[in-house]
Design a binder for this molecule. Structure first.
Ligand SMILES: *Cc1c(COP(=O)(O)O)cnc(C)c1O
Length: 398
């Protein structure tokens, strides 16, 4: 899956442009940079690729989510609905603004269950944030309708689904704002980086200023820029952007390789009648970065995952027992372990985490195994791996 598997000459060439003139900063230094504006260029290419009016590159995917929320005016005491299956970044990005993450169940798409979303809406709700986990998506039409009905902002966390589409549109381009991660283990990488995508000029301006100390970016005299509002530093460097440029140009190639490997694996596993696959919403096309399937029960999934690992079949995740991606193991969130005091309102707003049951999500995550699809596998390796997986998993099924 990750772009680093095919890191090479194209990335080196883009990087060398930056190293040769030494301008590592994305803004200013016009006379020294020999015409190289890697961050700007990558933003333009992201806009084309994702069919959006604006892309703002930033320092990480986590930053992109915080910036998207801030750009939509979401902050202290506001509630943001998000899924229990994601990466810890999702609630971190909400809480850093003083907002309250409201975690709700997922369904067999492994993403937000629209019914659970509707039930969680209160007068404090400001946004719904689906997270398109493991290369596939939430039911976006239903979520868009809910947003319209309740006047909420839809923010897509598309960090794990670069290259996937929904009704012909790239994920990340469908909500009011979309967030990408370009970290080292994502489908394409900058090393570290992220992007905010939007069709709204105001959100874009907010993202552009907020990610660079609130500077308005008007004129050529950096010190003369004014500050329409307070910001922070979430800038990306030219070095990171250069790598991302080469990677973005190879996205279609990466997805095609993933699709080929995914299909071989899926066809093999399909022969096991007790296996079902995650539901992809109608109109959705995956990025094929993971193959996610369900076994009949929790214990079978646990045993099969252990057996796969022991047999040297790497990259198969049972997220139920994983510390990073599922609420069951997020003790630090449930007990509110922070370095700094939280507001009384946030503490009160997060009390539900201690008591709420997520048995519906347990039912899906408990039975799920998600297998990373690598770009570097040869066809022979995929075929061997498929046979091995079928053999091992079948042992645990009656
Ligand atoms: C990776 C990831 C992020 C955060 O991205 P970083 O670039 O590592 O900060 C956010 N959400 C999800 C679902 C992710 O997988």
């Amino acid at each position: 899956m990750p772009g680093f598997e095919l890191f090479g000459d194209a990335e080196r060439k883009e990087l060398n442009d930056v190293l040769e003139n030494g301008v590592l900063m994305r803004y200013g230094f016009d006379g020294m940079r020999n015409g190289h504006w890697k961050a700007r260029q990558l933003e333009q290419e992201l806009e084309n690729k994702f069919q959006v009016k604006h892309a703002q590159l930033v320092s990480s995917g986590t930053a992109a989510v915080s910036i998207a929320l801030a750009s939509a005016g979401i902050g202290a005491g506001d509630e943001v609905i998000m899924p229990v299956f994601t990466f810890v970044a999702s609630f971190e990005a909400i809480m850093i603004l003083g907002a309250i993450p409201i975690l709700v169940d997922i369904d067999d798409t492994l993403t937000l269950d629209p019914k659970a979303v509707e039930e969680a809406i209160t007068r404090k709700t400001k946004a719904i944030m689906p997270v398109h986990m493991c290369g596939s998506m939430a039911n976006l039409d239903t979520l868009l309708n809910i947003c319209k009905k309740h006047n909420l902002v839809l923010i897509e966390d598309s960090s794990q689904a670069t290259g996937a589409t929904y009704r012909g549109k790239p994920l990340g381009s469908i909500g009011d704002l979309g967030c990408l991660s370009l970290d080292y283990v994502k489908i394409i990488t900058c090393g570290e980086g992220g992007a905010v995508l939007t069709n709204y000029e105001t959100y874009y301006k907010h993202s552009d200023h907020f990610s660079d100390h609130g500077h308005d970016h008007i004129g050529n005299d950096r010190g003369a820029e004014t500050h329409p509002f307070l910001g922070y530093n979430f800038r990306i460097s030219e070095l990171n952007a250069a790598v991302g440029l080469a990677q973005l140009r190879r996205l279609d190639e990466f997805v095609a390789i993933q699709k080929k490997n995914y299909t071989i694996l899926r066809n093999a596993l399909s022969k096991i009648p007790q296996i079902t696959f995650r539901t992809v919403p109608e109109g959705g096309v995956e990025s094929y970065s993971f193959l996610s399937f369900f076994l009949p029960d929790l214990e079978t999934a646990r045993k099969a995952t252990t057996a796969l690992k022991e047999a040297g079949v790497d990259g198969c995740f049972h997220y139920y027992d994983n510390n990073w991606h599922y609420i069951r193991k997020w003790e630090h969130l449930k007990t509110l372990k922070t370095l700094y005091p939280l507001s009384a309102e946030v503490k009160e707003g997060l009390k539900y985490l201690k008591t709420k049951s997520f048995s519906q999500s347990d039912h899906f995550i408990g039975r799920n195994i998600s297998c990373l699809i690598k770009l570097s596998w040869t066809e022979k390796e995929v075929v061997n791996r498929s046979q091995k997986m079928v053999e091992i998993i079948s042992k645990y099924l009656v």
